[in-house]
Design a protein around this ligand. Sequence first.
Ligand SMILES: Cc1cc2nc3c(=O)[nH]c(=O)nc-3n(C[C@H](O)[C@H](O)[C@H](O)COP(=O)(O)OP(=O)(O)OC[C@H]3O[C@@H](n4cnc5c(N)ncnc54)[C@H](O)[C@@H]3O)c2cc1C
Length: 528
Amino acid sequence: MATTYDAIIIGAGHNGLVTAAYLARAGYKVLVLERRELVGGCCVTEEVWPGFKVSTAAYVNSLLRPEIIKELELKKYGFEMIPRSPSSFTPFPDGRYLMMGPDKEMTHREIAKFSKKDAEAYPKYEDMLTRVADFLEPMLVQTPPDPFSKRLGNLWKMGKLGWKFQGMGKDVAGEAVEILTGAARPILDRWFESEQLKATIATDAVIGAFAAPSQPGTAYVLFHHVMGECDGVRGVWGYVRGGMGTISNSIAAAAKSRGAEIKTNAEVGKILVKDGRAEGVALKDGTEFRAKRVVSGADAHVTFVRLMDPKDLPAEFLKAINRIDYGSATVKINVALDRPPNFKALPGDGVGPQHHGTMHVCPDQDYIERAYDDAKYGKPSANPMLECTMATAMDSTLAPPGKHILSMFVQYAPYHLKGTTWDAEKDRFADRCFDILEEYAPGFKASVLHRMVIPPPEMERLWGITGGNIMQGSMNLHSMFSFRPAAGYANYRTPVKGLYMCGAATHPGGGVMGACGLNAAREIIRDG
Ligand SMILES: Cc1cc2nc3c(=O)[nH]c(=O)nc-3n(C[C@H](O)[C@H](O)[C@H](O)COP(=O)(O)OP(=O)(O)OC[C@H]3O[C@@H](n4cnc5c(N)ncnc54)[C@H](O)[C@@H]3O)c2cc1C
């Protein structure tokens, strides 16, 4: 007779692996089924060209929850952060540059090159964000309350939330609401006067989002990026030794050491439901696995629309799932280089501090707005915003000696193009990105050994993310917290008994955080 598992997890994304590890730790018999040949989902290291180990999707970490690192003993399984200092470098067309963080004195000196007033304001801005983060951060590892439930425990949770909110005080609370709902640009315009500083910060407000900094919702995206930490220092992003896949591999090792089974090349084709209860899954090749619980780490569209029969779900729920916005306008270009980019603004052979952090190509906020305008009308931006990182500047395990890997994360290029196709545009768009970087770092194009261009439809194909949306669904306020993935279902449960969700489609959303997986495991264990 076939084995019956306590839980089957669909997808070995890092969240699915976290759920698997916590359930296995609690004594559950767990099976993880992953469609690809490797674990990790959007958090992987792949040897794309001989000797080059590329973080093909996610490329920097800060958000991974410290409790997961500790409780799953990830360091024992190879997880190691490499803090980045400086954390960002923005060269400008006039030959100047802005270098920032985490060294506070250096940041002050650097901002003062453009505005003394901004240099004074910046630490206060960071303090304000820290106070809002103090309110929001604990919620990342909590199950959101259901605003429609009158159960006592739920009302208690809502009351506690209100109480904590009051505790922030009127000033900070007002700003917190603006951060949660508003646009990044007016906030930055109020705090600062130098366009160089505002443009550098604004890049974090739009990364992965199909929105311009002047649009509501972008302030939260900005904030989402400052909520993590690197080796205990808040807001600092770092590389992971061996690439981002080390995170997933270490979680997988932790799960396996506690008895979880992981099968790759095992694409689930159907979630099996009988009498309103999930009872297992069938792979695309027809193989069936039975379990008392099925937990999906795939996005909500894949889970409910592609893997289920609509008759097994309430129509209202399906309607809510079909409302989720999977719009995407981000292209990832992974590049193998013969040498580091040599910037006109800070020339030098070899690796320098300018290569340690994120290298932004984004001269001012209007540049981002105009780049967005093109995409809004279905065209790739004529002048896209580039966010480049070169992990090989700090991790020699990733490429042959002297060679480098550049990750270019580019905004904006929509999934749906008007009047053309991605087959026709892909190389043209990548060439344009290279031309732009060449203007700032002459000789860049001649240093390129290989490139891998991944527009949104390709992201969908590679990583199974609907619309190529890097967060498993956009992070608009109406899709967050108690409304992620749908109102009334933010507690990791679904309308089908024994069927749970554990991926970025749930609270607190996208990013390599592990919080979705951790929260889901807690709720599953609570149900017994
Ligand atoms: C290009 C890109 C860059 C990013 N950069 C960063 C970054 O630098 N830092 C950061 O913190 N975040 C970044 N993100 C976001 C982050 O990577 C994701 O939000 C996060 O990894 C999601 O993890 P997850 O486990 O919830 O889901 P996923 O990683 O989407 O995992 C879901 C898994 O389910 C599998 N699956 C789907 N359907 C099936 C099926 N039918 N059967 C079996 N398996 C299935 C998929 O193959 C996948 O492995 C980036 C994302 C992308 C795409």
